[in-house]
Write a protein that binds this ligand. Structure first.
Ligand SMILES: [Zn+2]
Length: 184
């Protein structure tokens, strides 16, 4: 083993980001605004895409890998003609009056799904990975994923939005999921 190899392995180990689960404090915090869009941030976004694809998710927010930053990745290209997106410091500028239910799930709450009612269309303003301002008008699945991920950076999980009776029904399962954090 040469030194370069050892150094590379060391970097891989310290850079290894992992999913965290329901019950973790980072998922309950309002994440910090991204101030520097640099190679470090691009590296985090890359890790997020890798984890998202590996876990067969369509969206991920940085707090889900224990990084409390307002950074989101998503890829719904299997369902709609939208390229993979990196969304930084998003702000919802407009919401439709029309609301709709949709069955949501979350990589941080594995095995659980539930209907969440949200505005069916939104307009957001954000930055892309090059620091350019972007505006996205979204409806359907895209609006759904963006709102779910913006909730994450505000410390909210989709299960927090389920009706009370449903939350009660899920209590035992959620308790089991909390334990996954100990194995991470
Ligand atoms: Zn989620």
């Amino acid at each position: 083993m040469n030194l370069i190899f050892i150094f590379q392995r060391f970097c891989e180990i310290i850079m290894a980001h992992k999913l965290i689960y329901y019950g973790s404090d980072t998922l309950k915090k309002v994440a910090e605004e991204v101030r520097n869009i640099d190679s470090e941030l691009a590296g985090i976004a890359d890790s997020m895409f890798n984890i998202m694809y590996r876990e067969k998710g369509i969206g991920l927010a940085a707090p889900q890998i224990a990084i409390s930053k307002r950074l989101i990745t998503l890829d719904i290209s299997d369902y709609e003609k939208v390229p993979p997106l990196v969304i930084i410091n998003p702000e919802i500028v407009e919401r439709s009056d029309g609301m709709e239910p949709y069955e949501e799930g979350c990589l941080s709450v594995p095995g659980i799904t539930g209907d969440v009612i949200r505005p069916s269309a939104i307009l957001i303003r954000a930055l892309d990975i090059n620091g350019r301002e972007i505006r996205i008008e979204a409806d359907g699945l895209l609006a759904r994923v963006i709102q779910h991920e913006i909730d994450h950076i505000n410390g909210i999980l989709f299960v927090d939005r389920l009706e009370e009776y449903k939350q009660k029904e899920l209590r035992a399962e959620l308790k089991m999921i909390k334990k996954l954090n100990r194995a991470v």
